[in-house]
Design a protein around this ligand. Sequence first.
Ligand SMILES: Cc1cc2nc3c(=O)[nH]c(=O)nc-3n(C[C@H](O)[C@H](O)[C@H](O)COP(=O)(O)OP(=O)(O)OC[C@H]3O[C@@H](n4cnc5c(N)ncnc54)[C@H](O)[C@@H]3O)c2cc1C
Length: 398
Amino acid sequence: MDFETSDKVKLLQEQIERFMVKYVYPAEAVAKQEIEASGDPHHEPKVMLDIRAKTRELGLWNLFLPDPEHGAGLTNLEYSPLCEIMGRSPLGARAFNCNAPDTGNMEIMAEFGTPEQKEKWLQPLLDGEIRSCFSMTEPEVSGADPTGLQTRAVRDGDEWVINGHKWFTSGAIGARFAIVMVVTDPDAAPHQRASQIIVPTDTPGFNLIRAISVMGSTHGGGHCEIRYDDCRVPVENLLGPEHGGFMIAQARLGPGRIHHCMRAIGMAERAFEIMCRYANTRVAFGGPIGEKQFVQEWIATSRMEIDQARLLTLYTAWKMDIYGKQVARQEISMIKVVVPNMLMNVLDRAIQCLGSLGISDDTPVAAMWREGRSLRIADGPDEVHKMVIARRELKRFA
Ligand SMILES: Cc1cc2nc3c(=O)[nH]c(=O)nc-3n(C[C@H](O)[C@H](O)[C@H](O)COP(=O)(O)OP(=O)(O)OC[C@H]3O[C@@H](n4cnc5c(N)ncnc54)[C@H](O)[C@@H]3O)c2cc1C
């Protein structure tokens, strides 16, 4: 594996870093003020729309998509350092049209969509004109083990009729459509029971109940509870093969997980920087707190943990590029545990180092902690990834 980045990636890195400094970091406070002034936590601030217009104009757009027909054609390894820079700000990914869950939806539509679906749903997402969401998890059954999903789609003539209850559908407020995981053959083997269907959010029977408050916040498009009540969509809204829902979900999860990890490394790096700057300047008991060995221990350990996590993530990206998502699935599970846990460690130390400032919202660290904590659960909890990692290893030695 070659750790040197290509000239193309170096140029993009410089451009994105400059863009973040000039537009994205300053927009953090402005966006907050605009949202507060609107009185609507889900309001998309004008400053974000302005930034998105600029990134698009500069061609810093859809960099996540390896398919050159639709995206920038970068490999996972090439995209990693760029995604890390975007992850340093909560506004970063959206600024560059590289935000979940749209990215995952674009990837599966590029791979499995019909030409008509691509024209109607994928293209406007690529153009940044609409948003979307992915509706799989249900409150009544385990999301960690989605073979128990209950939401049903029954074919009635030229339509699918969907009934069920979902929650944690991220970004549903303001989304134009949801990709919904539904049971289409309840009698089949567990992984052949489900399909994915595109449901426009203005379809009668798509009932958005609420944005669930997550650690005191309901920002952005929300993590939403939705009831599908006799929700009818045309049969051509089936995405990919009938009963192929799990296969598509798997295809979606590999890149989705690594992108989350890359952004999490960016978050950790920014929190680390904030911690070091504070440690250098905050004076207590006769000198900067950075001179105390407790604080030095936090800094040294954080540096080592971030770099270890980054190396494993880059290795995973490289392996995905060379051998494919399937061969790299062990590494994908490993980073999905390693990186969010590293992030939580670094954030906890940064918060402790910053004292009361650390738990205030005057720095991005506290909001990163909330986001980081979710990452140990979203896209599969730590325990499930550890279970599959261990099973694969045990199998090798059986
Ligand atoms: C911020 C956030 C955003 C999300 N966005 C989306 C989205 O857009 N769309 C969507 O469909 N879903 C989304 N989810 C849901 C997410 O995918 C699920 O929360 C996740 O899969 C876990 O399912 P669950 O919450 O039902 O937990 P459960 O399945 O109830 O599991 C609870 C706990 O049980 C333990 N556990 C489970 N299995 C095992 C095991 N084998 N061994 C040991 N312990 C185990 C784990 O500690 C786990 O955390 C999101 C979640 C979060 C937190």
